[in-house]
Write a protein that binds this ligand. Structure first.
Ligand code: AMP
Ligand code: MG
Length: 505
């Protein structure tokens, strides 16, 4: 591979770290050519963050490279194998059925970032699928991942959205195809470990674990390992901590991932694979959006439990690494997995509780304050309030920007509202730090499902990307609203409500 860092017209994707993994965990395979590639959207802000120029990405070479029309001889593009528990049922052979890992770009901080094409054609893992993605699904991932980034929640990102010029068949209709150019710190999932364990046994798991430590958890080998905690237990615990924090952050902004299958859970603690996900409008703890989640397995309030369940599946693959004598006696390994799992529970509870206090602007730890915090979400649910509007209105009262009228108007029962607000005043922290912390915890804007769906419909049916651009711009800074985008704060009218989100892949 040639590496010249200076010329902005050179391809910056010049590394393929996954080649260090054992054979069998991936297949080298190039993306499949498309009819007429074009660049629909380039994420300039993200490139600026990486310290890269946009020139090559906008060049003919860049566009062909990011849409599958290149010879890739030096790049070693690959599809990665993974397994996964989907809605609780184990599938031994999933893998990148429509995605190609092109390699890594290097940021100006010498960080390596995965660049993957999603919707780039069939691979050895495609099973019956066509390997393609619809424009609608790519728009959805773009907007949700940008919203996540705006909320400062760890997430995969979308570097670019490519049109393919091909049509794909979905629900008996031909719709425009597209490719998402996705970036991530890593694409290793719980399902990658399940796959490695099934295919190669402990040696495969060890290779993946060592890869993760080297590239993504350097602290594990440098600091954390003590006599009674081996390197792999320390890695497992570090993974548990990141996952606990991530899920707490999701829940605190009313996010429902919708398909927390083990193949959709990243081991670096980033949100990944936004399919039938959504930010809640009206708050309901057991809310579900995904049309395929018929048993409410991935409801808003189930997400921490599911995270734990997924980490147990991960622990099962780690067991042989925890103790040399695992094959003769597995008890010790199983016991060693318990402490990190307990850490997950503690970290999640702490992060969620702290986050809720921050949202409410309460720092006291009196009995009154505790009771108030514990009753806050049931109150929001009982009054059928819009989650985001409620916490935003509360923040604006705390900031002194607004009288209580608007906040009170969100309560269906005014008397209850007045009592609740009076109670809030009696426990809340008036300091400017607390008010600032409230603002940081309470976005004014979220990627509302009805707006995302409207942006998809406009683009798919009328080739109109205006709403898409408006949303992606506004969601970059979801804590402030300007006159131009005040309307984006609106909850859906009854007829606009999206009750179910379909994969629309
Ligand atoms: P997902 O629901 O996107 O997390 O994908 C679950 C599995 O189905 C993964 O192995 C995907 O690669 C695969 N898959 C999803 N859509 C397609 C498609 N259109 N063609 C081939 N494989 C697909
Ligand atoms: Mg997936």
């Amino acid at each position: 591979m040639n590496t010249s860092d200076n010329n902005s017209l050179d391809n910056p994707i010049q590394h393929q770290t996954y080649l260090a993994l054992p054979d069998g965990l991936y297949s080298e395979v190039p993306p499949v050519r498309v009819e007429q590639p074009s660049l629909l959207v380039l994420n300039h802000d993200l490139l600026t963050r990486y310290g890269l120029s946009t020139d090559w990405f906008e060049s003919a070479d860049g566009i062909n490279f990011l849409a599958g029309n290149h010879d890739y001889a030096e790049q070693h593009p690959m599809a990665m194998g993974y397994a996964g528990h989907q809605f609780g049922h184990y599938s031994p052979q999933l893998g990148d059925g429509r995605a190609h890992m092109l390699g890594q770009l290097k940021t100006n901080n010498d960080q390596f970032i995965d660049v993957q094409l999603k919707g780039s054609g069939r691979t050895p893992y495609s099973r019956g699928g066509d390997g393609r993605a619809t424009l609608g699904a790519v728009i959805r991932e773009y907007l949700i991942s940008e919203a996540m980034a705006g909320l400062k929640i760890p997430t995969t990102r979308t570097l670019a959205m490519m049109a393919t010029g091909d049509k794909v068949m979905r629900d008996y209709q031909m719709v425009p195809g597209a490719i998402q150019v996705r970036t991530a710190t890593s694409h290793i999932r719980v399902g990658s470990f399940q796959y490695a364990y099934a295919k190669l046994g402990a040696s495969g798991v060890k290779a993946l674990a060592d890869f993760l430590i080297t590239h993504h958890y350097p602290d594990v080998s440098e600091h954390e390992v003590s006599d009674n905690k081996n390197k792999y237990v320390a890695l497992f615990e570090a993974i548990c901590v990141r996952q606990a924090n991530l899920i707490a952050q999701w829940m605190l902004v009313g996010f429902i991932h919708g398909v927390m299958n083990t193949d959709n859970m990243s081991l670096v603690g980033e949100s990944i694979d936004f399919g039938p996900c959504a930010f809640m409008d009206e708050f309901k703890a057991n809310k579900v959006f995904s049309s395929i989640d018929r048993e409410s397995r991935y409801a808003w309030d189930q997400q921490a439990n599911i995270g734990y369940w997924n980490l147990q599946r991960l622990a099962e693959t780690f067991l042989p690494l925890f103790d040399d004598k695992f094959n003769e006696d597995s008890d010790k390994s199983i016991e060693m997995a318990q402490a990190p799992l307990s850490v997950y529970v503690t970290v999640f509870q702490q992060a969620f509780q702290d986050g809720l206090k921050q949202k409410l602007g309460v720092t006291a730890s009196t009995q009154d304050a505790d009771d108030f915090i514990n009753e806050a979400l049931p109150t929001v649910a009982g009054e059928s309030m819009d989650f985001t509007q409620f916490f935003d209105a509360l923040t604006r009262v705390a900031q002194g920007d607004e009288s209580e009228t608007q906040l009170l108007s969100l309560f269906s029962n005014q008397e209850k509202g007045e009592q609740w607000i009076a109670r809030w005043h009696s426990v809340r922290d008036l300091s400017s730090e607390s008010v600032k912390a409230m603002r940081a915890a309470n976005p004014a804007l979220i990627a509302r499902n009805h707006q995302v769906e409207q942006a998809i419909e406009d683009a798919m049916e009328r080739d109109d990307f205006a709403l898409f651009h408006r949303l992606s711009q506004a969601l970059k800074n979801p804590y402030s609203v300007s006159g131009d985008n005040r309307d984006l704060q609106a909850a859906p009218m009854p007829e606009q409500r999206v009750l179910r989100t379909f994969c629309g892949t």
